[in-house]
Design a protein around this ligand. Structure first.
Ligand SMILES: [Zn+2]
Length: 165
């Protein structure tokens, strides 16, 4: 989130030098700095044998598929978000959730915590937010991700972690 107005008093924030941090929005009424912060999200490549679960959500990408992703809730561990989002969007249960590192989407103010996970049980049953969810062989999945660069990076890391051991 990029701060322009004080969340306490609503006044417009000034840009003030704050030591090593450089220019930081500041409310002189409340004597408070507001550091711009990204929203923490998760993205997960769910693997089943040599296949990966991809979604179609054309309000995000018209011509590219997606890995499962979502915002981390207040008082929620990122790993619990991973489990919850997969269950909510596809009705599938996963296990062996592995952290793959962090990433970001330029200009979207998102810090992406990325994971791989293994399919455990359940049949795909999509939520209203999802148009389609199905398993793709890895090479086909990389094609289907198309212009979704972060999705491709996460899938490549997941392949390295899950399939080359
Ligand atoms: Zn204020």
């Amino acid at each position: 989130m990029k701060y322009e107005f004080c969340p306490i008093c609503g006044r417009k924030l000034k840009k003030v030098i704050c030591g090593d941090e450089g220019v930081v929005p500041f409310c002189s009424h409340d004597t408070c700095y507001y550091f711009n912060t990204p929203y923490p999200c998760i993205m997960v490549a769910v693997i089943k044998d040599d296949e990966v679960l991809l979604l179609k959500q054309s309000y995000i990408y018209k011509n590219s598929k997606l890995l499962i992703s979502g915002y981390i809730g207040i008082d929620e561990k990122a790993e619990d978000t991973v489990y919850r989002e997969v269950l909510e969007e596809t009705s599938i249960e996963i296990e062996d959730i592995n952290f793959l590192g962090t990433d970001f989407i330029e200009g979207r103010e998102i810090l992406m915590l990325t994971y791989s996970a293994k399919y455990k049980t359940g049949k795909i049953k999509i939520s209203k937010e999802v148009e389609e969810a199905r398993w793709f062989k890895i090479p086909e999945a990389l094609e289907e991700l198309g212009e979704n660069e972060i999705g491709k990076r996460v899938l490549e890391k997941a392949i390295e972690k899950e399939l080359t051991l």
